[in-house]
Structure formats: structure tokens, C-alpha cells
Design a protein around this ligand. Structure first.
Ligand SMILES: CC(C)(COP(=O)(O)OP(=O)(O)OC[C@H]1O[C@@H](n2cnc3c(N)ncnc32)[C@H](O)[C@@H]1OP(=O)(O)O)[C@@H](O)C(=O)NCCC(=O)NCCS
Length: 168
């Protein structure tokens, strides 16, 4: 089989801005957690699409914390980049920042590791290009992604066994 050409981290990097509108908010005027999750998934999926150049599906999301309330009228800035490309899956780190353009302040409000699986035209998992690691920081992130992947897959296998036991 022909070897797939690798792609660098910067080739698929995503930066996405979104203003928080009243329709995205709860009655207190803060953005709904589900809306932030949706934006994380979109930003992460774009990075995965750019890396794999295929269809992708979200296979899993690691833990997600919401550190600060985000108000209507503020801006959410999402930065997503591939940290690891494996056989058919990729881990993408998505960091979310809240930007108050009146005060000129920006601070991080969430961070997530999302795993996407590349699919071919018939919907089957397909090989992804290797990730070309150019910097020390990228190599460190990759090593950490490998460790997270081990833990994630072990937990998923344990939980899936539980579902099947319940289903009989
Ligand atoms: C994700 C999905 C394609 C995996 O299918 P599968 O039959 O387990 O396929 P495979 O065993 O060939 O695994 C494919 C890849 O998914 C990865 N994977 C499977 N389950 C995973 C999980 N819970 N977390 C992270 N990666 C996972 C595998 O490690 C493998 O990656 P690799 O090739 O890099 O090692 C399948 O479960 C699916 O379609 N899920 C629904 C996805 C979806 O619709 N998401 C939107 C929200 S519902």
C-alpha cells in the first residue's frame, strides 16, 4: 500500500471566533454549556478534516470544564490543533478563550481533547496521514496524546463491556 504523505500541525490549525448571541444563552445571560460543546466540536472537526482531508466523525470527548461564565455580547475564540494522528483516528486539542472587547481582556474558559475518526466514502474508518512534528512543543504534545489515547481506549473498552453486560 502507498505510504500517505504526512502533514504538519500548522497545516490544519484552526482559529475561530464567535460572538455570543441572546439565543445561545440561559436566562442569566450566560452562554449554555451545550453551545460551547458544539463550537468545540466544530472547531476540532475542521482541524481533523484539514489533516485527514476526508469525512470525520467524533469518537470521544475527554473531560470538559467551564471555568468562567461567558456573557451575551462577549466573544469566544476557539483554537484547535491536531496533537496526534494514529491509524484512523486523530486527537485534537481545542482551547476556548473568552474575549471582552470592551475591557480588552482575554482568558481561557475551557479546554478539551476530542478524538475524530476519518471515514472513507463508504463510511468505513480509513488511514490518516502521519503528523509531522516540527517543534519540541509538538513532540511533547504528541507523547502526551499517546498516553491519553492509551487511557481513553482502556476506559472505553471497560465501559463498552459494561453496556453489553447490561444489554445481555
Ligand atoms: C467512531 C467509530 C467510527 C469507531 O468505530 P469502530 O467500529 O470502533 O472502528 P475501529 O475499531 O476500526 O476503530 C476506529 C478508530 O476509532 C478509535 N476509537 C474507537 N472508539 C473510540 C473511543 N471511544 N475513543 C477514542 N477513539 C476511539 C479506534 O482507536 C480507532 O482508531 P485507530 O485506528 O487510530 O486506532 C464508530 O464507533 C462510530 O461511528 N461512532 C459514531 C460516531 C458519531 O456519529 N459521532 C457523532 C456523535 S453521535
Amino acid at each position: 500500500m502507498a505510504k500517505i504523505k504526512g502533514r504538519t500541525v500548522s497545516e490544519s490549525r484552526v482559529e475561530m471566533a464567535q460572538v455570543v448571541l441572546p439565543n445561545d444563552a440561559n436566562p442569566l445571560g450566560n452562554i449554555l454549556g451545550g453551545k460551547v460543546m458544539h463550537l468545540i466540536d466544530i472547531a476540532g472537526a475542521i482541524a481533523a478534516h484539514r489533516h485527514a482531508r476526508t469525512h470525520v466523525v467524533t469518537a470521544s470527548v475527554d473531560r470538559l470544564d467551564f471555568l468562567h461564565p461567558v456573557r451575551v455580547g462577549q466573544i469566544l475564540m476557539l483554537r484547535a490543533f491536531v496533537t496526534g494522528a494514529f491509524r484512523t483516528s486523530m486527537e485534537v486539542e481545542v482551547n476556548v478563550y473568552l474575549e471582552d472587547y470592551i475591557k480588552g481582556e482575554r482568558r481561557q474558559t475551557s479546554s478539551a481533547f476530542v478524538t475524530y475518526v476519518a471515514l472513507d466514502a463508504s463510511g468505513k474508518p480509513t488511514l490518516v496521514p502521519p503528523l509531522i512534528l516540527r517543534t519540541k512543543e509538538e513532540r511533547r504534545r504528541y507523547r502526551e496524546a499517546v498516553e491519553r489515547r492509551k487511557r481513553r481506549l482502556a476506559l472505553a473498552a471497560r465501559d463498552h463491556r459494561r453496556y453489553f453486560e447490561k444489554e445481555g
